[in-house]
Design a binder for this molecule. Structure first.
Ligand SMILES: [Zn+2]
Length: 592
């Protein structure tokens, strides 16, 4: 491929709204280009990276006999109404209508469509187990698209679905995908962690997230170096501290003027914050988004609320809850903003964090302006309608498994695997017949990989101040041959000869034969991050070139033949990324 005949419009400046290095570099390298908010087009080099990642995904899916099919990008609303997700999914579901006013969606995920296909197309236990996947565009009507490919309204996703006869078989299918994901992200050159995750709007019972580590990331991971525990913040369990054993004291009202926060009141009363109760007020909405219930939430004063756990405890979708207006809520429920406590509330759902159960002599708001209560005891003075873990595990908190302090990292979520169980097969009546002709619902799993996200995560992990440093397995081309002086026929002839020879060996080569200054060409080569640069300059007459790896700073002078052999050897070694399998466990490698 010759750059003199190819469009490549690199930029000096990154877009003003770009904060992440990967976003800046992908735009500057002319690999992605935003057309409208959250909608990207991929110029040639960027699209080649996408295709490389897709190919790795395809190979590993094929290896575990997951079958590729292709569904429409648009789905009728009927199926989504059948499972209830039409209502539960929230405003990110991109709803459209056809000319007759029929409702459709642009797929954000395809559980319904695959389940529908399977209930129509499959029927017997003899066909089990099987799994299906596709790689296609998905849609999410993001309120604020940002961070380049990480928060877009259109993105490429690999979504797979497994169908099994039993829960044990589902586990086998789940682990097969899990291990395939390890191979995929390893081949892509990503440094990632596998963490226990919340199932979110997909539903189901068990889930793991594959998170590419980065300084920035919307996925917050807590992990324990001692025992290997790793979970997303949404999901991380919290081991309750045992309540202090004391005689119950009398309930006592104290004057605490102007102390609206836990810190204020505890400082004023000279109490540690872990002897206080923090209150948070919410309002929930029904499917038609009409107000439903007031919810009063109580946790220990030194803990933070975890919204995902609260939403799960209330068993409502995430967009069906928001902070309540305490002034509006006050008359009906008895709360007083800034001085709310759990004693004497009415007309609201009371959610109490499990750690407060059986605590005695705590300090809490008195539901009276400028007053708090001392001696508040669980059971005697208040109870919860729901009592469960709703607090967030934070850096330094004890590990829920071994008690050692947990560490914190950020990551970019690139894949997630879910055990769905019977959720979709039961709600959509997708069944198979066993040997005796009896119907059973399928045990299902679903498995996603964000292909375009993966592309950006790789760029986020592999770059320097000059540009991207693509791993060989996903690089748009393996080698760039830079002609220092394009007007020099000797240089050009040698460059084209190298191109010809490498191409015949299966090495992907681009030749920078543009009529540009050498500095521009070197900068572009560094920016777009091609793994090998062979520079053809004034030594061309002697058949010599400079050979340099993008990831290393030294360059060496070689004969053209030596440079060709060296590039070929590198591509043979690293071209498909499998050389990194040496980092994977035996169990992963055995999984087939
Ligand atoms: Zn631990």
């Amino acid at each position: 491929m010759r750059l003199s005949r190819t469009h490549l419009k690199t930029l000096r400046e990154a877009p003003a709204d770009a904060t992440l290095e990967s976003h800046k570099l992908l735009v500057r390298a002319n690999m992605i280009k935003q057309e409208a908010a959250g909608l990207y087009m991929f110029p040639k080099l960027g699209w080649r990276v996408v295709r490389k990642i897709e190919e790795i995904v395809r190979e590993e899916m094929d290896y575990i006999d997951c079958q590729e099919i292709h569904m429409p990008h648009v789905n009728s609303a009927d199926l989504w109404q059948e499972t209830g997700r039409w209502y539960a999914y929230g405003p990110e579901l991109w709803r459209i209508q056809d000319r007759s006013g029929n409702d459709f969606i642009l797929n954000p995920t395809c559980e319904e469509m695959f389940t529908d296909f399977v209930r129509k197309e499959f029927s017997s236990y003899k066909e089990l187990p099987f799994s299906l996947y596709q790689i296609q565009f998905k849609y999410r009507d993001e309120a604020r698209p940002r961070y380049g490919l990480l928060r877009t309204r259109e993105f490429i996703m690999k979504d797979a679905y497994s169908f099994d006869a039993t829960e044990e078989d589902l586990h086998t299918a789940y682990m097969r995908q899990y291990h395939a994901y390890e191979k995929i992200f390893t081949r892509c050159g990503l440094d990632y962690r596998i963490v226990e995750a919340d199932n979110g709007p997909i539903g189901g019972s068990k889930s793991h997230e594959f998170s590419a580590l980065s300084d920035w990331g919307e996925s917050d991971i807590l992990y324990c170096n001692e025992c290997g525990m790793a979970a997303t913040v949404e999901r991380a369990e919290f081991k309750d501290e045992a309540p202090v054993k004391e005689e119950m004291q009398e309930l006592q009202e104290v004057f605490t003027p102007g102390t609206k926060t836990i810190e204020d009141v505890c400082a004023y009363l000279k109490l540690p914050t872990n002897r206080s109760i923090k209150a948070l007020m919410f309002i929930t909405y029904d499917d038609d988004l009409q107000p439903k219930d007031y919810v009063s939430v109580f946790i220990r004063g030194d803990r933070q609320l975890n919204m995902t756990k609260l939403v799960n405890a209330l068993n409502i979708p995430e967009h069906h809850i928001e902070f309540a207006d305490e002034n509006e809520m006050g008359p009906a429920t008895g709360i007083v903003g800034g001085f709310t406590g759990p004693v004497g509330l009415k007309n609201c759902v009371v959610v109490v964090d499990s750690e407060l159960k059986d605590t005695v002599n705590m300090c809490a708001g008195a539901n009276k302006e400028d007053h708090h209560l001392l001696g508040v005891c669980y059971g005697r003075d208040y109870t919860g309608d729901i009592v469960t873990d709703i607090k967030e595990l934070q850096e330094g908190d004890p590990c829920p498994h071994c008690g050692k302090p947990v560490s914190f990292r950020r990551g970019i979520e690139v894949g997630q695997v879910f055990k769905l169980g019977l959720k979709y097969s039961e709600s959509m009546n997708a069944t198979f017949k066993d040997e005796s002709g009896k119907d059973h619902p399928y045990w299902m799993g679903c498995y996603g990989i964000g292909v375009t996200r993966t592309m950006q995560a790789i760029a986020e992990q592999h770059h320097d101040d000059k540009g991207i440093i693509w791993p060989v397995a996903v690089a748009p081309y393996h080698v760039i041959v830079t002609v220092v002086k394009s007007a020099d026929e000797t240089q050009k002839a040698l460059a084209y000869d190298i191109e010809e020879k490498l191409t015949r060996m299966g090495v992907e080569v681009m030749v920078d034969d543009r009529d540009e200054r050498p500095g521009v060409k070197f900068n572009d080569a560094d920016l777009i991050g091609i793994p090998v640069r062979i520079t053809v300059g004034k030594l061309a007459g002697e058949g010599k070139v400079e050979y340099k790896l993008r990831r290393e700073s030294e360059l060496e002078v070689l004969t053209a033949e030596e440079a060709i052999a060296k590039a070929k050897a590198l591509v043979d070694e690293e071209g498909d990324g499998r050389y990194l399998f040496k980092n994977l466990s035996e169990e992963t490698m055995k999984s087939h």
